[in-house]
Structures are given as C-alpha cells and as structure tokens.
Design a protein around this ligand. Structure first.
Ligand SMILES: Nc1ncnc2c1ncn2[C@@H]1O[C@H](COP(=O)(O)OP(=O)(O)OP(=O)(O)O)[C@@H](O)[C@H]1O
Ligand SMILES: [Mg+2]
Length: 239
C-alpha cells in the first residue's frame, strides 16, 4: 500500500501506559515494509535514546529510523514541516509525548501536526481516569478551534492486554468505551515487547539464533504491522 507521509502521535496523561512501546513497535513495522521512519521523542525521559543506543550496541538498530529528541513542540513542528517539504515517499512520522497535563499548549500544537492521535490505555483504574482526562482535553480542543474537522481523529487503544481479562478489567474497558472511541484492535501483553529493549523488531529477528524466540518476536511484529495498517486506513478514511 502507498502510504505517503503521515504523523501518528501516542498520547496519554498517564505515565507508563504503553506509549513508547507502541512507538517502537510501529517504527519496527514501518521499516519492515520499507518506510522511512522519523520518531520525535518529546517525552523527556530519553527512553528512546537509550533504546537506540542499546540497539546499536546489539547490532539491532535500523538506519531507516531517525530519532529526534526534543522537549520543544515548536522544534517538532519545524521538523515535521521539513519532512513534508521533501519529495514524497512512504515516511512514517511518530511522536512520543510527555504526560500532557504539564504543557497544554504544546499538546495542542502536537495535535495540530498529527493525522492520528492514539491513546494507549492499560486496564487499571489510574489509566482509565487519565485516559478520560486526555479525552476531555481532546473534546475541549475540538470545541475551541474554528474547524474541528481539521483536528486529527482520536482513539483509545487497549495496551498490554492479557489473554484472559478479569471482570474488573472488562469493566474498565466498558467504561472507556461508553465515553470515548476505543479501537477493536489492542496490543497484547507480550514478553517480546520487553525484549524490544534490544532493537527494531525485524533486526532483532534477523540476528536471533533461537528459532522459537524469533517466532515470538515475529508475532509481535505482525501485531504491530496489523495495527499500522489499521491506523493508515483510519487516516485515509479521514482525508
Ligand atoms: N504490550 C506489552 N506487553 C508487555 N509489557 C508492556 C507492553 N506495553 C508496555 N509494556 C511495559 O510496560 C512498561 C510501560 O510501558 P511504556 O514505557 O511503553 O509506557 P509509556 O507510556 O511510554 O511510559 P512513560 O509515560 O513513562 O514514557 C514498560 O516496562 C513496558 O515494557
Ligand atoms: Mg514513554
């Protein structure tokens, strides 16, 4: 599929909800299909820089991924504009964000640059509360602007979902669904995502000797490839 250049942002006021895991997974999926990837890490913890360094040391980094670390939303804006000024090619731009509450202006600006806003949510009460607060920010943003139809679509994405979910976890999901758009797709709990510490998934697989382990990583890469395909579909539908 021709995907062009698009911007997908992972956002949630809740820390530790799976934003960076999603960003790494989507980056892995995109390079596996020949896209260039630029990740803007505005999260401040520099977890992606550490990831890049570990990956390079392990020989599992992919040069198709460009990582830009900055806390300045204006810099992200200029960076995104510079990419759009380049000749058209399949290029996935990913923005990993800070917990939003602290910098509402920056959050608005990032939303403005995005084609799709994904809000990962794990099945905990804290995640639900912060996800609803993030949803409220989005609803208010649409009310504040002149052309709300220009604001990127917003979807909650279940994150680190176990194979069996408890009654309590189901209630959390249902509560989120009653208030916000929640995707049918979700990110499963997988040890492979913990291993991603070692690098871009496709490169981890090629460098692995143990076939059984490689299969698990491949399942994770397939999950992220399917998610990216779904996200691109949503972006296309919204054009
Ligand atoms: N699908 C998953 N399966 C297993 N573990 C996961 C999954 N998603 C996230 N985790 C783990 O949960 C923790 C938090 O995830 P992650 O760092 O992606 O969240 P975050 O939203 O980026 O956090 P922060 O707000 O601190 O930047 C990490 O230890 C990560 O490895
Ligand atoms: Mg993070």
């Amino acid at each position: 599929m021709k995907t062009g250049t698009r911007v997908i942002t992972a956002m949630n006021r809740k820390g530790g909800c799976g934003k960076t895991t999603l960003i790494r997974g989507l980056a892995s999926a995109a390079v596996a299909t020949g896209n260039k990837v630029t990740i803007f890490d505005t999260d401040g913890s520099e977890s992606l820089s550490a990831w890049k360094q570990r990956s390079q040391e392990a020989g599992d980094w992919n040069e198709m991924v460009n990582l830009i670390t900055t806390l300045d939303a204006k810099k992200v804006e200029r960076g995104v504009e510079a990419i759009f000024a380049q000749p058209q090619e399949d290029h996935l731009i990913l923005i990993d964000t800070f917990g939003g509450g602290a910098a509402p202006k920056a959050q608005d600006l990032i939303a403005d640059l995005s084609h799709l806003i994904i809000v990962p949510m794990m099945l905990s009460e804290d995640d639900l509360a912060e996800t609803l607060a993030t949803g409220q920010w989005y609803i208010n943003l649409r009310k504040r602007v002149d052309n709300p139809e220009n604001i990127a679509p917003f979807f909650v994405l279940g994150s680190r979902i176990p194979a069996q979910i408890s009654v309590f976890e189901r209630e959390i999901l249902q509560e989120a669904m009653s208030k916000l758009p929640v995707l049918d797709e979700f990110v499963q709990y997988r040890n492979a995502y913990l291993r991603m510490g070692n690098g871009v998934l496709g490169d981890v697989i090629s460098n692995m000797r143990n076939r059984a382990n490689a299969e698990h990583i491949k399942d994770a890469l397939d999950e992220m490839t399917e998610l990216l395909r779904r996200f691109d579909e949503i972006i296309k539908e919204n054009e």
